[in-house]
Design a protein. Structure first.
Length: 275
């Protein structure tokens, strides 16, 4: 599905843009569904995403799953969450941050992917997407760059000219922001993000009560025999438990882990930097 150049771009830069990937009729139908729950559930947080057929269709979209296969290097992956929103003119910005789920942040051994859908594209009004290429290789707190707000920093890529139906595939550790822009008139900015986690480790769960029930409901609705772990709750630990274990612990947490054999220790002069 992805060319070798596409794969290399994602590996190096941490993102890939697929213009107009969602056809206009489908995008309009998804936007209509978003309008419906914006009015009914203004605090919609994705915990009952299984009730929304059009959004569920995006999660198991064959092209999305095929691209995710390529990004994951053929490894199986699991659905984490889906958010959706209607961004109206005058929307505030969001400071620089990343969305990689890890407690505490220590490595990037496995891939987490965010699939960002812009049903109406981006055209320089309402808000721009800001990306910091290559930042997915660095290990940092999610809010480590939040003190910069949404101002441009050296190397920033501004995404503000993509056609309707475009999809951005971004490594979840890629630092990004939303810069507010004036204008837009009656134009709405429909936005959906879907997160997938590479199998092989346990990830922090979605940060809402009932995350297990949500995954069970998704599996009942969308179960794919060819992808049996796509909605498996076994690939997650409860995020509240993870936070509680490290909250206010002083010093280096490494000393709380089991001691390793001497043969596993790096030789003098070659100790890796992991923080």
């Amino acid at each position: 599905m992805l060319s070798d150049d596409d794969k290399e771009q994602f590996r190096k830069l941490g993102y890939l843009i697929k213009p107009a990937m969602i056809d206009p009729d489908r995008a309009a139908a998804v936007a209509e569904e978003i309008d419906r729950y914006v009015e009914a559930e203004p605090r919609f947080d994705g915990s009952n995403i299984w009730k929304y057929d059009r959004l569920c269709d995006l999660i198991v979209d064959p092209q999305t799953l095929a691209i995710t296969d390529d990004i994951m290097g053929g490894e199986a992956f699991t659905f984490h969450h889906c958010h959706a929103a209607r961004h109206d003119p005058g929307l505030a910005g969001i400071a620089w941050h990343h969305d990689y789920e890890q407690i505490p942040q220590t490595n990037r051994s496995h891939t987490q992917l965010h699939v960002l859908h812009y049903l109406d594209g981006l055209n320089g009004t309402v808000g721009d997407l800001l990306l910091l290429p290559k930042s997915h290789r660095s290990v940092m707190r999610r809010d480590a760059m939040a003190f910069l707000g949404d101002q441009l920093v050296p190397g920033t890529v501004v995404v503000n000219d993509i056609p309707p139906g475009s999809v951005v595939f971004a490594h979840s550790a890629l630092v990004h922001a939303r810069r507010p822009q004036p204008g837009g008139g009656d134009r709405k900015r429909y936005f959906i993000d879907i997160a997938f986690m590479q199998n092989g480790i346990q990830w922090p769960s979605y940060g809402r009560e009932g995350w297990r029930e949500t995954l069970d409901a998704m599996d009942r609705k969308l179960h794919m025999p060819s992808r049996p772990t796509l909605f498996s709750k076994d690939n997650f630990f409860d995020i509240a438990d993870g936070v509680a274990r490290v909250h206010r612990l002083p010093g280096s947490l490494a000393m709380l882990l089991p001691e390793q054999a001497a043969s596993a220790r790096p030789v003098s002069g070659a100790i890796p930097i992991v923080q």
